[in-house]
Design a protein around this ligand. Sequence first.
Ligand code: HGY
Ligand code: MN
Ligand code: MN
Length: 418
Amino acid sequence: MIQMHKNIERMQSRLEFLYACGLQKDGSHTRMAFSPEDQKGRELFTSWCKEIGLKVRQDAAGNLIARLEGKCADLPAIIMGSHLDTVPDGGKFDGALGCVAGLEVCQALVEGGIQCEHPLEVIVFSDEEGFRFSAGMVGSSAFVGKEQGLNAKDLDFTEETREDVYRQAGIDFPKMLEAKRDPKTVHCCLELHVEQGGNLDQMGLAVGIVSSIAGVKRMQITIAGESNHAGSTRMDQRHDALVGAAKFIGKLPERVRALGNQYTVGTVGSIRVEPSAVNVIPGKCEFSLEIRDQNAKLMDKLAEALRIDLEQICREAGVSYCWQDQLSHEPMPMHESLKKLIQVEAEAHCIPFTQLPSGAFHDSLLLAEHFPTAMIFIASVAGKSHCKEEYSRPEDIGYGYKLLLDTVLAADKIKAFD
Ligand code: HGY
Ligand code: MN
Ligand code: MN
């Protein structure tokens, strides 16, 4: 039988090695999409795949696809996917857990002399986080053939263009959609991921079965005022772009609470001021705005209400604004019979669980539009994620991995998902 402690230790050690790939000069750890650190993590992961005998290729969108053949090569693949890119100093588990657990499933089967009927694929989707160029799930979008309206000339904060950065990563920007996967070649998709919220930890549960994944809308807001002297410009003569932004941002939490529900969130995560000098009134302010919810109509309503707020605030502050939509994905329920399969396996192996929605988005949000897709969560201690305090217990990693393995073996016995 496949012992667990060896698998847990190997997954933990791989998570540590991947984390070390992201070490920055200031001691933080980041594998920003398409950065040298991301590339280092991908090369390391590829070497592990090859050691086990998986064939590895990179598709036109930079997704790494590691394949373990099954008894019947022409059967559609069971895909276990996630991402290796991280947010700045984002912890050890977000994305990487799903990748190392998928690899562990393959390695455990190879070591146990067990060959599935279906081929298994572990996929590392490129640029899931989307903080470098502001549109996330780049690899999984192309994998499902979804045009995201990306622009070759988009600039990242180092003023490099998207097409140049992609070219250095071996991706020919105009040909990315060639990565589109034929649904006939996919049996199902399973993603193991940390919850990134505190529900499981508060309930004392190791595992969650994801019911649905929140939708997300991302906008870039630019407010234009007038730079002027901070000392000689009277308060009633100012057109201060930062004051306009601050009034809007200050109102955001109350508006989201008023118009939303427990799952509705709104965040301004990044902001830039020009000329950003202590003695100059800010003439320009750019910030990101992101809203998420489990209900698409509510998201649309909230976005419209926030735009009206911004319009009014800018009028009163004597400044103007530009509202640029950047990313919009609808919420997505997970596949019913695949969820049921995970549930049956959890019950059969006495792994206590609950069903819960995901506030974070994942590559599975897009995969679920085209393939039978489901997600397994493990607890994030204190609900911390997207920060270096992100942590999941070894025993919970074990439960999540075990449930992933058992679900793969159960899915292998199913002819097709409806
Ligand atoms: O932002 C997210 O929800 C995900 O972690 N990329
Ligand atoms: Mn993630
Ligand atoms: Mn993330």
